[in-house]
Design a protein around this ligand. Structure first.
Ligand SMILES: Nc1nc2c(ncn2[C@@H]2O[C@H](COP(=O)(O)OP(=O)(O)OP(=O)(O)O)[C@@H](O)[C@H]2O)c(=O)[nH]1
Length: 308
């Protein structure tokens, strides 16, 4: 009677062990066990299939053979600390790995510390392939960046477009009002640009716009923001710059442009600029004041700066 009971328990124990082994073998996720030195002690079929190695090729080898070189040292250290440490019982990490063919995949590795039959700790790791999800995320990110670029940037010059520029101006005006910082703007426009288009063609006209704005960007401070209002008219926002400094900056811009020659046609270009400073007490919009000053610069013959 007693023997029969023990026999049943033994059968149950054997069946449970077989079931556990079968679950690990047939699990659709890659599972491995690494010893305290980081060498494979067990790999299941999904693990071997994912990496393209046979079980014999993996057992006894160090797990870092699959890790991308850039992550290898950090993950080996992490494995060793995880095996040694007693505070962290499990961890989850995203990393890049390479299969036998050299193809790169992104995986999420989730690990738990278990005790081996020799009483020493082991790392039990489950891996999930997230390569497709990562690629999709990357494509989505690029598409969003492109959309963002199209919505806020001028295609020809790469500068902020009118909508983004005016929004930025509104933000800078609010900041100036709140903190009492100086804020100047300048509007500049290429003189007789129509004649350039008419003489050299629209394509060269486009090149002139690109090259002139690039030169203006180099002449300004990195904190100044240049944007295209439309056509050959541009706005520069100069946060924390007073009227005199803004006037000097625009005179430098005018000079730099007049001294340069643009495109393969060596075209001489001049600009007219109007400068205005933000002041709460003046109710006329800063943009209109700069625009008015710019037209006075044009009327006075161009290639000059007028302060509103
Ligand atoms: N190539 C090119 N030309 C443009 C672009 N946008 C506007 N234009 C041209 O810019 C010229 C602007 O002409 P006007 O408004 O008469 O100005 P202007 O000839 O510079 O004369 P002033 O401003 O009085 O000095 C027109 O010929 C437009 O076709 C562009 O993106 N590329």
């Amino acid at each position: 009677m007693i023997d029969k009971g023990l026999d049943n328990i033994y059968q149950l124990f054997t069946r449970t062990r077989r079931n556990t082994e079968n679950i690990i073998k047939t699990a659709p996720v890659g599972i491995c066990i690494t010893d305290p030195d980081g060498c494979f002690e067990m790999v299941n079929a999904a693990y071997c299939h994912f990496y393209g190695y046979s079980e014999e090729e993996l057992l006894g080898k160090h797990f870092s053979m699959m890790i991308a070189p850039a992550d290898r040292d950090a993950l080996t250290r992490r494995h060793d600390e995880f095996i040694k440490g007693d505070s962290i019982q499990d961890f989850r990490q995203e990393c890049e790995v390479r299969d036998k063919q050299g193809d790169v995949h992104t995986i999420i590795a989730e690990a738990a510390r278990i005790e081996g039959d020799d009483g020493r700790p082991r790392q039990l790791t489950f891996i999930v392939d997230i390569t497709e999800r990562k690629q999709l995320e990357e494509r989505l990110k690029q598409a969003n960046e492109r959309l963002d670029h199209l919505a806020h940037r001028d295609e020809l010059t790469g500068l902020f477009n009118r909508r983004a520029g005016l929004q930025r101006l509104g933000e800078e005006e609010q900041r100036s009002k709140r903190y009492g910082n100086a804020l100047s703007i300048a509007i500049f426009d290429l003189d007789s640009f129509k004649a350039i288009n008419d003489t050299y063609g629209h394509g060269i006209g486009d090149d002139v716009l690109r090259e002139v704005t690039a030169l203006v960007g180099q002449t300004l401070r990195s904190t100044d923001i240049q944007m295209r209002l439309g056509g050959e008219e541009f706005l520069i926002i100069m946060p924390e710059v007073d009227t005199q400094a803004a006037e000097r900056a625009m005179e430098r811009v005018c000079e730099a442009i007049a001294d340069a020659r643009f495109t393969c046609q060596q075209i001489h270009v001049t600009v007219s600029a109007g400068v205005a400073c933000y002041a709460e007490t003046i109710h006329r919009c800063i943009l209109d004041r700069a625009d008015g000053a710019m037209y006075r610069a044009k009327e006075a013959g161009g290639n000059r700066v007028v302060v509103a």
